[in-house]
Design a protein around this ligand. Sequence first.
Ligand code: GH3
Ligand code: MG
Ligand code: MG
Ligand code: MG
Length: 314
Amino acid sequence: YIIKDSINAYEYVVELVGRLYNNCHHKVLVVDDSAISCTMIANMLTMQNFEVLVAEDGVQALEVYKNNSGINLIITDYHMPNMDGFTLTLNLRKDYSKEQLAIIGLSASGDTDLGAQFIKYGANDFLAKPIRYEELLCRVNQNISMLEYMEALRNAANRDFLTSLYNRRYFFSQGKQIFQQAIDNESDISVAMLDIDHFKQINDNYGHEAGDDLLIHFSEQLTEHFEKDLIARIGGEEFVILFDGLTDDIVIKMLNDFREKIAAQVITCDEAKISMTVSIGFNSHKEQHLDAMLKIADENLYKAKQSGRNQVVG
Ligand code: GH3
Ligand code: MG
Ligand code: MG
Ligand code: MG
């Protein structure tokens, strides 16, 4: 880099710090039976602030990958005892797509076919040994940018912009599969529809922005309270939850606990202190379709509204 003046230098440092800061969110697994090669690559990446894990062969790599969540890039050698790089790549691709997990194959110099073959086996990219620092970083950064871009696309398609909860489209695509499994296995499945009470008044009294803040807060509470269940925002102040494999007693208790928690909170928005309540309709009666199950939950929600709000009916 040629730094011409202090402004350039400042911008360069800001960019560099930003990149280093972002890199620490990425876990990279380096797989190579040559300890020298493995350490060298690991050091190059550690210098760039990546979190680095290492493995000696394909078998160990699968083990490390299984036991560490959040690895999104694997750099793997080809020649290794127990399991080579191609077999490792093939194994990983059974469960993880190129858009979820980037794999960069390492090909020894002289073996010109290895690169192309790695890609045929499912690698995203390859690097020729001996590894050059600049090229390694370019390829790693390019692959990570691609993963981030894919994640942004997935989120744009599946999540609600305001609250980051899943949207209606994602809820039904996932929900229908979970519903079908529950039918096939004759296991418990239930749904709840939630609607914040008198939300229009909250907007009218405190403004639309405060309303938005409350929706975000409410969504965070939902995610925290129902960690294992499928939650979505399906309307303005309307939410749906799908419970898989839980008995009615457990779900109704969870819903009532949540309802009470919300009712007991006072949320400070700017100067204002705001409280809210939520009405909930529940249904665990299996219908032919998920939509029909939700319709009953919605009727129960209506009953909850009719009989005074801030309650669970189901
Ligand atoms: P009820 O207890 O019967 O549910 O009354 P309510 O006022 O909550 O119901 P209603 O359906 O009449 O009003 C819902 C309100 O939610 C109206 C709308 O302005 C507001 N709303 C919907 N989406 C958003 C949003 O994204 N942000 C904000 N701030 N308000 C929203
Ligand atoms: Mg080797
Ligand atoms: Mg509503
Ligand atoms: Mg409402």
